[in-house]
Design a protein around this ligand. Structure first.
Ligand code: DNO
Length: 357
């Protein structure tokens, strides 16, 4: 297992590489070029500049999160072939700099979604992200964006960037006739086209689940259950077709047992990355993102870590979304303190479950 930390780059992160380097047991970052639009080639010069900084700080960058998929690929439009070619060029370029895994998602239009980015937890004054499904029911994404912008204190969610939002109405229209089955076919087309390049370069693709893990806004979704992920793997059996199993995303749906999912896909060799975070349910499809500690949320971290240590011991891990604590201000979910605490908790569990009896 390698413990890593997400890093958005110097201009876009309140956390520095040195901060990350000082967290015990964290050996690298899950890296990102935040200025690249979906569909663009990541050039060698751009990757090299980013890697120089990370390596200069004494950290590794073997995982990239994310190289986002152009909407035309998900929609299966004829123009997808150009974007798939670009994707292949990016895979080749990243592999030249020691990247081993690329995380991505196949969610139409939006990435992860919360209805409150900064909800104060009354019992201790910490601040969590929060989701209440009744707040999105009956809303369309444009209504939702408007309500988020009002309440987001200037923060934006990844996937909700202004350029994407400008195209939103047209994109939504294009998805009207796309069923989940068609989305799966478009996934299969994409994955089977890039698989030879992944195999030649040794790169694994790691699909991030839908978050929250059920269909929303009437958009088709295929990444939220064991059944769908089984079908995604069947659609492209190449060993490069793997998952970034996010405990908080899949755990938002109470039908998913996270330790069971890890054992299932881990023993098939299909988990390259784990995002570990906890959720606390406050009703059906209502939850807040809690501290990583099992006692603070509804997921059993000991069983999660045990399942991972037993079935995918080589996995890349990062502590996912933390709360804002100790007065910290940062990107929602991506402050330093709570995630650093989470990393130590996960490392402790990992050490304990791996110790010989
Ligand atoms: C949320 C993240 C996601 C993830 C993408 C992968 O905090 O885990 O935004 O990076 O879905 O493409």
């Amino acid at each position: 297992m390698k413990m890593t930390f997400r890093w958005f780059g110097e201009e876009s992160d309140s956390v520095s590489l040195q901060d990350i380097r000082q967290i015990p047991g964290v050996s690298g970052v899950m890296g990102f070029l935040d200025y690249k639009a979906p569909g663009e080639v990541w050039t060698e010069d751009e990757i090299s500049a980013y890697m120089e900084k990370v390596h200069g700080a004494g950290l590794e960058c073997e995982v990239i999160e994310s190289v986002n998929i152009h909407e035309d690929i998900k929609l299966g439009l004829p123009s997808r072939d150009v974007y798939i070619e670009n994707y292949c060029a990016t895979i080749r370029n990243l592999s030249r700099f020691g990247v081993k895994v690329i995380i991505y998602n196949f969610m139409p239009v939006i990435d992860w979604l919360r209805t409150d980015l900064a909800r104060v937890n009354p019992e201790d004054g910490s601040v969590s992200m929060f989701f209440d499904n009744s707040k999105v029911e009956g809303l369309s994404p444009p209504d939702f964006v408007e309500s988020m912008q009002e309440g987001s204190n200037g923060f934006s969610l990844p996937g909700w960037e202004p350029e994407r939002m400008a195209e939103l109405k047209t994109t939504l229209e294009q998805y009207r006739n796309i069923s989940p089955e068609m989305l799966l076919e478009n996934f299969s087309y994409f994955m089977n086209k890039i698989a030879p390049v992944c195999e030649e370069t040794g790169i694994k693709m790691a699909c991030h689940p839908d978050d929250p893990s059920w269909p929303i806004f009437g958009l088709p979704r295929i990444g939220y259950s064991r059944e769908w992920f089984d079908r995604m793997i069947e659609a492209c059996p190449s060993p490069c077709n793997t998952l970034c199993l996010c405990t908080g995303s899949l755990g938002s749906n109470r039908d998913n047992s996270i330790p069971e999912l890890i054992r299932h896909f881990g023993s098939m060799g299909r988990i390259s990355c784990l995002h570990i975070r906890n959720v606390k349910f406050m009703g059906d499809r209502v939850f807040r993102e809690s501290a990583h500690y099992s006692g603070d949320g509804d997921l059993n971290m000991l069983e999660i870590v045990r399942a991972a240590a037993q079935t995918c011991p080589e996995v890349y891990v990062r502590p996912d979304h933390g709360r804002m604590i100790w007065g910290e201000k940062g990107r929602p979910g991506y402050g330093l303190y709570d995630r650093a605490l989470g990393s130590q908790y996960i490392l402790g569990l990992w050490e304990a479950v791996s110790a010989p009896c």
